[in-house]
Design a protein around this ligand. Structure first.
Ligand SMILES: Nc1ncnc2c1ncn2[C@@H]1O[C@H](COP(=O)(O)OP(=O)(O)OP(=O)(O)O)[C@@H](O)[C@H]1O
Length: 305
């Protein structure tokens, strides 16, 4: 991939606040056009501090950032019309209706989509006449998203886009974000929902204490983590009777096996259970989830810090 296929590039980015605290400590990553990139991290890891640099709201203390080929801080007029930013708190006047709010926003946006189209995209068309203060928390998030989409952005920054949404609203937002990606929009997403990142992200980076500690696709980030097999042994069958090759942790009769060879370990376990005629109640085998990978990274990094 050539460098101009990258819509966002960050090289050795650093950001220090007044007082000298360094919130972003030399991170580098690239986001290709038409990709959903998730920036994840523990609380205070530096995600917002990083995203603000990408959005051009602040200049880095050191390093280089480019969005659509421009410095987003120094060349803000060139970048701003081409990006959409969904803020965590929209902060618009709550006495206006949904449609009035969107029209006000559209008035400040060049080449804006028609307001009904933007509201339709996020499923708010039927709430157009409702005052913002009467919206539910989830509906407000969807209004935030509609406003970010008004300018048909090439790059969309989504900060916790599904906070407060119910399961259906979350799925709808995911479908919309995928559809936007499929039509060529590049999406930079921050989220605390690891399931969301696992489901949406083409690439992700996990930050901890100002640094990127892991990056890759959701599959490659989880691939290095052990899968696990869980089951309940019948009373009277000691965990010590399990085949020697399986490294099992036991909490009474509750067994957990961690393995990098899920298929082989499962075959070994099932053969042993059949030959010994031992039922494995509640048998559950699964590859590592992003959540497990994340927790492991956070704990390891904290312990090692
Ligand atoms: N204006 C500021 N002045 C000083 N320190 C700040 C400022 N803003 C953020 N920080 C500190 O920088 C660190 C990173 O904060 P940041 O908000 O970027 O993290 P985050 O990954 O977005 O966290 P969260 O997931 O909790 O939202 C934190 O330790 C925070 O306290």
């Amino acid at each position: 991939m050539t460098t101009d296929q990258y819509v966002i590039t960050a090289n050795e980015l650093r950001r220090s606040y007044a007082g000298g605290f360094e919130a972003v400590s030399g991170i580098s990553f690239s986001v290709a056009r038409g990709e959903i990139f998730a920036l994840l991290g523990t609380n205070g890891a530096g995600k917002t501090s990083t995203v603000e640099l990408l959005e051009g709201l602040a200049a880095p203390t050191a390093g280089r950032v480019r969005v659509l080929g421009h410095d987003p801080y120094r060349e803000r007029p060139a970048v701003r019309p081409r990006i959409g930013v969904m803020l965590q708190e929209g902060g618009f006047p709550s006495d206006l209706t949904v449609a009035e709010t969107a029209r006000m926003w559209a008035g400040c946006t060049s080449g804006a989509r028609p307001v009904p189209e933007a509201l339709g995209l996020v499923g708010l068309a039927e709430r157009a006449g409702v005052r913002v203060k009467q919206l539910s928390g989830g509906e407000r998030r969807r209004l935030d998203l509609a406003l970010a989409l008004l300018g048909r952005p090439e790059v969309l920054f989504l900060d916790e886009p599904t906070t407060g949404l119910d399961a259906e609203g979350r799925r709808d937002t995911w479908d919309l974000v995928r559809a936007l990606r499929d039509s060529g929009t590049t999406v930079l997403l921050t989220t605390h929902y690891l399931e969301e990142a696992e489901s949406l992200a083409d690439q992700l980076a996990i930050m901890h204490r100002g640094q990127i500690v892991t990056t890759g696709t959701p599959a490659t980030v989880t691939a290095s983590r052990p899968a696990r097999i869980r089951f309940l042994l019948p009373d009277g069958v000691p965990a010590g009777r399990l085949p020697l090759g399986l490294h099992a942790g036991a909490d009474g009769q509750r067994i957990e096996i961690r393995t990098h060879q899920l298929q082989e370990s499962l075959e070994e376990l099932l053969r042993w259970a059949r030959e010994s005629q031992i039922p494995l109640e509640g048998l559950d085998a699964r590859s590592a989830s992003l959540e497990e990978a994340f927790l492991e990274i956070a704990q390891t990094e904290t312990a090692g810090a």
